[in-house]
Design a binder for this molecule. Structure first.
Ligand code: 5GP
Ligand code: ZN
Length: 113
């Protein structure tokens, strides 16, 4: 029986992804449609539909720490990067498993669209 959602299936290894870092509670893999030279997604291993549904502060801390470590590992910590959590419809969330985007490697505009 298949796992319930796309990113759960990536977390279980059922669907392949370019994994760049792993921790006990979360993992990081390259976005399939990168919007910047560095575009990595950080997800918890345990399913939560959006940021609204993550009840564990330690998981939130792990996600942000891994995003920061990925930026370092990808060589953009000093040049700069952005961590984005699109949430629900108005936030532009398209995959219903909470994820942090780590974007870097070019100057990012502000405000977002
Ligand atoms: P959202 O729009 O929900 O904030 O971000 C979802 C992200 O997941 C998008 O940037 C999209 O390119 C990425 N994505 C969607 N399907 C896949 C997939 O199968 N593999 C990977 N690596 N990324 C995906
Ligand atoms: Zn999931």
């Amino acid at each position: 029986m298949s796992a319930p959602c796309l990113f759960c299936r990536i977390a279980s290894g059922e669907i392949p992804a370019a994994i760049v870092a792993e921790r006990e509670s979360c993992l990081a893999f390259r976005d399939i449609a990168p919007q910047a030279p560095v575009h990595v997604l950080v997800i918890p291993r345990v399913h939560a539909s959006s940021l609204n549904d993550v009840s564990s502060p330690s998981v939130l801390a792990d996600l942000l720490a891994l995003a920061r470590d990925v930026a370092q590992q990808e060589g953009v910590a000093e040049s700069g990067y952005r961590v984005v959590v699109n949430t629900n419809d108005d936030g532009g969330q398209s995959v219903a498993h909470v994820h942090l985007h780590v974007l870097g490697g070019r100057a990012l505009r502000w405000p977002p669209g």
